[in-house]
Ligand binder design. Structure first.
Ligand SMILES: Cc1cc2nc3c(=O)[nH]c(=O)nc-3n(C[C@H](O)[C@H](O)[C@H](O)COP(=O)(O)OP(=O)(O)OC[C@H]3O[C@@H](n4cnc5c(N)ncnc54)[C@H](O)[C@@H]3O)c2cc1C
Length: 471
């Protein structure tokens, strides 16, 4: 350990990658800190993604593919350890005509080259596997190891376990400057602090290029690539058993139909390069085209109830994936991924630790570190709700009727390490407000509990990390 620094490792960014790295490092003899511009974790790409824990994403031989291959078999273990919903439901990629069938064959060969389980399906087999797929499908690929995870719960859980094991989280501190000592980063400057560290992990997502620039590092390019989604409710979701992918185009993975762990279904995403990383607006024309494209794969989505739309921005740029030291600043490690950050997170955390150890970080594993988060009893998924309620009557006090989220679950989200400090923070950790009424019935209850736990006046309690409920 370096006696001159506040931290051995300081991570910039509290998305899924920054928190996964924090969780892994905090189980070693490392003084680790994480600095995040927003008031909470999972506020940017890690909030607005589809939560597909992919088994295959792209070409063989890349580090991203290696990390996907390493992460894919770990999901049941990781999510059980972190108390995060996960289901290995498999995915069907569908070809709708001869040209798509030809491209599908190319994908088939690529999946095989990645060493991933895959099976070619004829038209009859596609329908047998997923009866909601259009009868116009001419061929398909089954990817049995595709899974779905709750990406917000995952990010919050990585953070919670990291904090339990001693990681210091600093919220609402945007890194605005970096001090150098000859070639190396010496300190990170926020509006309120000067934080010294031996190593810096740049997990700032779209902000990664800016961090590299102020550190005097490589001229990286990162720009927001917006993806819009429509969300269909559980009444439809409970009839869909697999992820339905379209056939990939060379430059885009296209619009898919993706069940979520909450039971809803996502239609999307789109891919549009934009300028403003805070632009998360959706528009009717794009959403209509998303529904049209989704309906080509699964016609019944046309009759399903769309509960909401949302958008998020991928950290796109000159490199799809970056997990390496900067070539100019030897103690600055870049850790970003455009489109598969959730899927690589378990292995990326281990890989980052390996790189830091190779660079001289003395970080032996700490046998006393906690590996498992105590599970929060959840009313909707409990096999014995009556026992839950007998043990704790608050488990029977339902605040969100659509998602059956109890007052006990909300209380758990608002307390303990890295608690929710806003209504949105509660939603991310519990799913309250994500159902058919989109919070019209439960907003008052969640706001009241958030106000009580954060010592805020109910009229000014934070809704998102940036605005109040009334704003
Ligand atoms: C529409 C869409 C669909 C996707 N679908 C999937 C999917 O199904 N499966 C999958 O695996 N991946 C998916 N992805 C990709 C995945 O979401 C990203 O790869 C992942 O979330 C990136 O995580 P991150 O931690 O690098 O970035 P982010 O979650 O963006 O976190 C970066 C953090 O850094 C903070 N930050 C930035 N600048 C500063 C600064 N100066 N100081 C302090 N903090 C700073 C930000 O506030 C932010 O919280 C999708 C992405 C999108 C947008």
């Amino acid at each position: 350990m370096s006696p001159r620094s506040d931290y051995d490792v300081l991570i910039i960014g509290g998305g899924v990658l920054g928190t996964a790295v924090a969780e892994r490092l905090a189980r070693t003899e490392t003084r680790v800190g994480l600095v995040e511009a927003e008031n909470d974790v999972a506020e940017h790409a890690s909030k607005g993604n589809a939560g597909v824990a992919v088994s295959y994403y792209g070409a063989p031989g890349t580090l991203e593919t290696q990390l996907i291959n390493t992460s894919a078999p770990l999901w049941e273990e990781v999510c059980a350890r972190l108390d995060v919903p996960y289901r290995r439901i498999g995915g069907v990629m569908v070809a709708l005509d001869a040209a798509e069938a030809e491209r599908l064959e190319h994908t088939h060969q690529e999946v095989l080259a990645c060493g991933v389980a895959v099976q070619a399906l004829d038209a009859r087999q596609v329908l047998a596997r997923e009866p909601l797929v259009t009868p116009h499908a001419v061929a398909g690929l089954l990817l049995p190891d595709e899974g779905i995870v709750d990406p917000m719960r995952l990010t919050a859980a990585y953070a919670r376990l990291a904090a339990t094991n001693g990681c210091d989280f600093r919220f609402a501190e945007r890194v605005v400057g970096i001090e150098r000592d000859s070639d190396e980063v010496l300190a990170v400057i926020t509006p309120t602090s000067r934080l010294t560290a031996r190593f810096i992990v740049n997990a700032a997502g779209v902000g990664a290029a800016g961090i590299s620039r102020i550190a005097g590092g490589e001229p990286l390019v990162s720009r927001p690539r917006k993806g819009q989604y429509a969300v269909v409710d559980r009444a439809f979701g409970q009839r869909l058993s697999s992820i339905v992918f379209c056939t990939h185009l060379p430059d885009t993975k296209g619009t898919n139909v993706v069940p979520t762990t909450h039971g809803s279904v996502l239609l999307g995403p789109t891919a549009q390069d934009i300028e403003d990383p805070d632009d998360r607006a959706t528009d009717a024309e794009t959403i209509e085209s998303v529904v049209d494209r989704a309906a080509r794969l699964v016609p019944e989505v046309r009759d399903a109830y769309i509960m909401k739309t949302f958008a998020a921005n991928r950290p796109a740029g000159d490199e799809q994936h970056r997990l390496r030291f900067d070539t100019k600043v030897p103690n600055l490690l870049h850790c970003t991924d455009r489109s598969a950050g959730v899927s690589i997170s378990p292995a990326a955390a281990d890989y980052t630790l390996g790189l830091l150890r190779e660079a001289g970080l003395d970080a032996p594993d700490r046998p006393s570190a906690q590996r498992v988060l105590p599970p929060v009893p959840r009313l909707r998924t409990s096999e014995h709700p009556e026992r839950l309620i007998a043990e704790n009557p608050s488990s029977g006090m339902v605040v969100c009727a659509c998602e059956q989220v109890s007052s006990a679950e909300i209380e758990a989200a608002l307390t303990g390490p890295v608690p929710a400090t806003s209504v949105e923070g509660v939603r991310k950790r519990t799913g309250a407000g994500y159902g058919r009424c989109q919070g019209s019935l439960c907003l008052a209850g969640i706001s009241f509990m958030t106000a009580m736990n954060t010592g805020t006046d109910p009229a000014t309690v934070m809704h998102t990390t940036r605005g109040t409920v009334g704003s």
